[in-house]
Design a protein around this ligand. Structure first.
Ligand code: PLP
Length: 353
């Protein structure tokens, strides 16, 4: 068999500590799992009810257009219509399909360290990768991104807020970047964490996506909506981009229970914002505790914090966090903001030295 040699360096996504994470998933086991930026709460009651209700029709294929979901997303993003809404099996698939529609050969430019999926998707799709170093403050450098763009660049992928650093670029800077990019280059704004941002200079980019032919915002139901297991993502895109996107999307990539849950959850904007506020308050509490204990951390705008604390220290306290080494920050850890009890355990772990 002749495999594509460029796939040789790829490895399946397999986080360290998997056995312990599974143990933590199983319930009241010893470990608290704060490794994957999941929400520590289940779906909203309305979303759970919608899933249950949808199961009776599991013999039927899901609704091809996911019309109700698109309408709920459009309603939550004023100015957009369902023709601007793109959907996928997680925002991972949304990102992948966005890169799948771009001309080959080509490359993508993205800040680094960032989400490990970007170079992986690029490789799978036959695009080259051009990572651009973050600043000394671990923030995205829009000018360096622009400087890295070449004739071969098909997209700039910007994780905003950035995972794993939690830094974000204000809307004015995103707008400037969009205005400076050549029109043939797609600016993909991965806003998986946008609901958790408290910085008033930040705003989601959906309006920019509606007014600029080469800007798309990608979002997810996996984080603040607490629906990671169901795999639903979406985006707001200019119509021509959405049109090409739909050409490459697998017909039923978002399953029926997932459509039902995401639609119900999106209609509960107030409850979702309340959850986000809780996470923001708990993020502040954790950051204050890190500071009080004398640890360096990057002030975060996501539901996670990158701190200069070794993962072992947390593990000794029964808390699993993502080791910074795999994220490009050896000696650091990325700690997901959990529920009150879990965050208490985090604080106990760093206090018990
Ligand atoms: C968690 C995360 C996502 C969400 O991925 P899904 O496929 O929607 O679960 C997307 N982008 C970034 C940067 C993330 O951290």
């Amino acid at each position: 068999m002749r495999f594509r040699p460029e796939l040789d360096p790829l490895r399946p996504y397999r986080p360290p500590h998997l056995a312990k994470e599974l143990e933590a998933d199983r319930g009241p086991a010893g470990y608290v799992k704060l490794t994957m930026n999941e929400l520590s709460f289940g779906p909203l009651p309305g979303a759970e009810a919608a899933v249950r209700e949808s199961l009776a029709r599991a013999n039927r294929y899901p609704e091809r257009e996911a019309a109700a979901l698109r309408e709920a997303v459009a309603a939550a993003n004023p100015g957009s219509s369902t023709a601007n809404v793109i959907i996928g099996n997680g925002s991972s698939e949304v990102l992948s399909n966005l890169l799948a529609i771009l001309e080959r050969p080509g490359e993508i430019v993205y800040p680094w360290p960032s989400f490990s999926l970007y170079p992986a998707i690029a490789r799978i799709l036959g695009l080259e990768s051009r990572p651009v170093e973050l600043t000394a403050e671990k923030a995205v450098d829009p000018e360096a991104l622009l400087a890295a763009v070449t004739e071969r660049t098909r997209a700039v992928v910007l994780c905003n807020p950035n995972n794993p650093t939690g830094t974000c670029l204000p809307l004015a800077a995103v707008r400037e970047l969009a205005a400076s990019l050549p029109e043939e280059v797609l600016l993909v704004l991965d806003e998986a964490y946008y609901e958790f941002v408290s910085d008033p200079a930040y705003a989601g980019s959906h309006e920019l996506a509606l007014s600029t032919p080469n800007v798309v915002s990608a979002r997810t139901f996996s984080k603040v909506h607490g629906l990671a297991a169901l795999r639903v993502g979406y985006g707001i895109a200019p119509e021509p981009v959405a049109d090409y996107f739909e050409r490459v999307r697998f017909p039923f990539s978002v399953n029926a229970p997932a459509q039902a849950a995401a639609t119900a959850s999106m209609r509960e904007g107030d409850l979702i914002r309340k959850r986000a506020r809780f996470v923001i308050e708990e993020r502040e509490r954790l950051q204050s505790a890190f500071a009080a204990a004398g640890y360096d951390y990057v002030p975060s705008q996501g539901n996670f914090i990158l701190a200069k604390i070794p993962a072992d220290l947390f593990e000794r306290g029964g808390v699993l966090v993502r080791e910074g080494e795999a994220l490009g920050f050896p000696g650091w850890s990325r700690i997901t903001v959990g529920d009150s009890g879990e965050n208490d355990r985090v604080i106990e772990a760093i206090s018990a030295r």
